[in-house]
Design a protein around this ligand. Structure first.
Ligand code: SAM
Length: 239
């Protein structure tokens, strides 16, 4: 945290934001998404990279080894790097990237891909047309401002990102996942095993969010004190 007095921070912060608003189209589009898609949007920043989670992607590839005709969803695919990465791990799969930020989605659609990749605007009815899925990846999506939460020591997410919003999305996605499919939920402030669909899932493998920057929260949206690192990959064991 900066060592300058709080009142200096209060003046400088809005000035910085205003400057970014006029200079950075990506910043503007994230802000518009937050304003106009408030009900549906989770994490607002589009930060992404190629092959961002190799250990997790490898584990999923090994799990599905030998299985043909996989159908995969990348929920919150940003500008498409995750989808292109998944193609390298799953050369024959059908892969759908769903994204709520229209600027990011436009960048996805400009990519030269193959006929088994498509990008859709993220609405559950639209995504459902492409399901059911064998694997759903929600990577760095089901969270809000993780670094800010870590810096400020926030004890409740109730106002900014309540548990119910996370649970609602997990429940909708669960409905689109086949039995024995994998739900992969990484960099999230809540735990799938706290949701109403938890009894259908078991954690798969030793993979945890040990390097997550944000605190994590319980089903009352209150911070957990000294939690064990959350699991990431979940196998759907019953319908
Ligand atoms: C930090 S990026 C993560 C991108 C990628 N999954 C990764 O891990 O590299 C989060 C993305 O989730 C998107 N997002 C947030 N809410 C969403 C929703 N309801 N449906 C689809 N995408 C959403 C944001 O627009 C943003 O592009």
């Amino acid at each position: 945290m900066s060592s300058s007095p709080k009142w200096v921070h209060k003046i400088i912060q809005p000035m910085r934001q205003t400057k970014r608003f006029f200079r950075e189209p990506g910043f503007r589009s994230a802000l518009f998404t937050q304003l106009f898609q408030a009900k549906h949007v989770h994490q607002t920043t589009p930060l992404t990279a190629m092959d961002r989670y190799p250990v997790i992607f490898n584990a999923c590839r090994d799990y599905f080894e030998g299985k043909e005709n996989l159908n995969i969803l990348s929920y919150g695919c940003s500008t498409g790097e995750e989808v292109v990465t998944l193609r390298n791990y799953f050369p024959n799969a059908t892969i759908i990237g769903a994204e709520i930020n229209k600027r990011s989605l436009a960048a996805c659609k400009k990519r030269q891909t193959d006929e088994k990749i498509s990008f859709v605007y993220s609405r559950i009815d639209e995504i459902r047309k492409h399901g059911p899925f064998d694997a759903i990846f929600c990577m760095a999506v089901l969270q809000r401002k993780p670094h800010h939460m870590a810096e400020t020591g926030t004890s409740s997410l109730k106002k900014i990102y309540p548990f119910e919003k996370f649970e609602h999305t997990i429940t909708e996605l669960d409905d689109l996942l086949r039995p024995n499919g994998l739900m992969v939920v990484h960099f999230t402030q809540y735990d799938l095993l706290d949701t109403a669909v938890a009894s259908k899932y078991e954690a798969f493998g030793p993979y945890t969010q040990h390097d997550y920057k944000s605190p994590v929260f319980d089903k009352n949206s209150e911070v957990r004190r000294n939690p064990a690192p959350q699991k990431i990959i979940f196998k759907k064991t019953s319908k």
